[in-house]
Design a protein around this ligand. Structure first.
Ligand code: HEM
Length: 519
């Protein structure tokens, strides 16, 4: 009896072992032979070109885990190994990454015929189906014209006092907190400044500071969980993001239902007006209300995604380069902007004055060249593309690289140096076609950043107010830089701020909200 039981046990163990070996073998064959070949079969036979070089990783997950582990090194390693056009499999899709002006150009110019915008479903669900990021084709064109009409110089000029006031209030807090704590973390502080500012610019004034703090935390929560995976189970990133979005949406709806006078100084009101008018293409807009709601949420999220990185990089670059700060100061002196009143107050800015500060704009361009906040953009291939001697089949994803394109181009002499005066030679908008695609912090073409002018204005005013009011020391001026989801210092950049002698923040009325997520 005992022998029989032992024999049975041995047989069961043997068959389990065999099953494990068979499974391992099958997985191995699948991963090394069937999975990579599957993509060879996806080639478009009508195109004679081969697929780009590269590896597709493991079945289903592709190379996503390696990307999560290595961050931006994942891309630089592959660029070195395979050249400027290579394939990989990330986030559920075969993807080709292209680097360099001539390879990026057909992707950016292909919108509406060979490629279309492609964002993860978590993003499109959070911004809503009528937001620019979710729309394609004609509907995208019509809504984009309306949104773009809100960023004309005349409209931007009306926001200069708000941008100045909010910026000053945060610089004041940074100086006070540095004195109390010895230092502050610059990156989350830039996030709080940008969130506070854009909440004000897009939604208008808020009834009290604690409510603004509540909205800022909600905006941070949505942005941090933008790429999380549904389903909406309590506690997951997606659940937190949808709850936080509701807080922002309730605020937008309440504001939309209030009287005109309460929201005059906001993009919410401007979009409401434009969506009714001819010049904003209002007559052709369907679902006006939803267009406004979705696009205000989207503008908030898009501005919060990249602008803090641009401000923090400006702090880092100028913190390293004392001569650049001196040059900014000279430029401000030339325009009478360093003069203080008897009480230490500095003059208010106007749009026209800011536009005259050429050196400041060159610093802004150079910050975005050396530290582009967004590393790449993504598109879905609708018609097989031929790029760099390879084919990218219909149905695949194509990622155009911003960071490596800017880093590897031969257009910029001595690319490693932070040298704002290189921009004396060019205005990016007037660069020749072959050079223009070497500099794309805001993308280019039909999908380029619609908030570019506002972002540039905010960056310029930030630099002006920073240099006029503060002295600052970045404690670790060579931090490790992370690039995903946007460029930021790994240590959040501890920095000490001091108010300049004989300068006063006394008239600042706005209360600067804090980055509660660092507490
Ligand atoms: C320095 C700050 C910013 C940078 C570097 C930046 C960069 C970008 C980039 C690279 C794209 C994608 C282009 C593409 O996929 O081809 C984009 C799109 C977009 N950005 Fe920005 N952005 C910034 C600030 C802003 C601000 C302040 C706003 C809002 C006012 C904004 C609103 C948008 C929107 C709505 C889109 C989608 C456009 C479309 O699909 O038609 N961005 N941005």
């Amino acid at each position: 009896m005992e022998d029989l039981a032992r024999t049975r046990l041995m047989l069961t163990m043997e068959s389990s072992l065999l099953a494990v070996i068979a499974c391992t073998l099958l997985t191995y064959v699948w991963a090394t032979l069937i999975w990579p070949r599957k993509f060879e079969h996806m080639r478009d036979d009508a195109c004679p070109l081969p697929l780009p070089p590269g590896t597709m990783g493991c079945p289903f997950i592709g190379e996503s885990l390696e990307l999560c582990r290595k961050g931006s090194d994942f891309f630089s390693e592959r660029l070195k190994r395979y050249g400027p056009v290579y394939k990989t499999h990330i986030f559920g899709k075969p993807t080709v990454r292209v680097v360099g002006a001539s390879n990026v150009r057909p992707v950016l110019m292909g919108e509406h015929h060979s490629v279309s915008s492609q964002w993860p479903s978590s993003v499109t669900q959070l911004v809503g189906s009528k937001a620019l990021l979710s729309l394609t084709g004609d509907e995208h064109r019509v809504v984009r014209q309306t949104i773009a009409a809100a960023f004309t110089p005349t409209i931007l000029a009306t926001f200069v006092p708000h941008i100045q006031e909010v910026t000053r209030s945060h610089l004041k807090r940074w100086c006070e907190e540095s004195e109390g704590k010895g230092q502050i973390l610059a990156f989350p502080s830039c996030q709080a400044l940008v969130g506070d500012l854009f909440l004000k610019v897009f939604l208008g004034s808020v009834r009290d500071c604690s409510h603004q703090q509540h909205l800022l935390s909600a905006l941070h929560e949505v942005s941090s969980n933008l790429f999380s995976v549904s389903p909406c189970l309590p506690g997951t990133g997606w659940w937190k993001a949808t709850k936080a979005k509701k807080i922002l949406m309730d605020e937008i709806r309440q504001k939309m239902s209030r009287s005109q006078s309460e929201t005059t100084d906001s993009y919410l009101r401007i979009l409401q007006d434009l969506s009714q008018s001819e010049c904003g293409n209002g007559a052709r807009l369907n679902h006006h209300r939803q267009v406004i709601e979705d696009n205000i949420i989207e503008l908030l999220i898009a501005s919060f995604a990249n602008t803090p990185s641009a401000l923090c990089s400006a702090l880092l670059a100028t913190g390293r380069e004392a001569e650049v700060v001196d040059e900014i100061e000279k430029c401000l002196e030339k325009h009478g902007l360093m003069e203080t009143s008897d009480t230490g107050e500095l003059a208010s800015l106007t749009y026209d004055l800011v536009m005259k500060l050429d050196y400041v704009h060159r610093v802004v361009l150079e910050v975005l060249r050396v530290f582009p906040p967004a590393g790449a953009g993504f598109r879905m291939v609708d018609k097989t593309l031929e790029i760099g001697g390879f084919q990218i089949p219909k149905g695949w994803r194509v990622a155009f690289s911003i960071r490596e394109t800017q880093q590897t181009t031969k257009v910029f002499e001595d690319p490693e140096s932070f040298w704002p005066d290189r921009w004396l030679k060019w205005n990016p908008e007037e660069m020749e076609a072959t050079q223009r695609f070497s500099y794309l912090p805001f993308g280019l073409g039909a999908r380029s950043c619609v908030g570019k002018r506002l972002a540039n204005l905010v960056q310029a005013i930030f630099l002006v107010e920073l240099v006029r009011h503060c002295r600052w020391t970045v404690l670790n001026p060579r931090p490790n830089i992370l690039h995903i989801p946007s460029t930021r210092p790994a240590d959040d950049m501890p920095t000490v701020f001091k108010c300049r002698e004989h300068v006063s923040f006394a008239s600042v009325g706005h209360f600067a909200v804090r980055p509660t997520w660092t507490d």
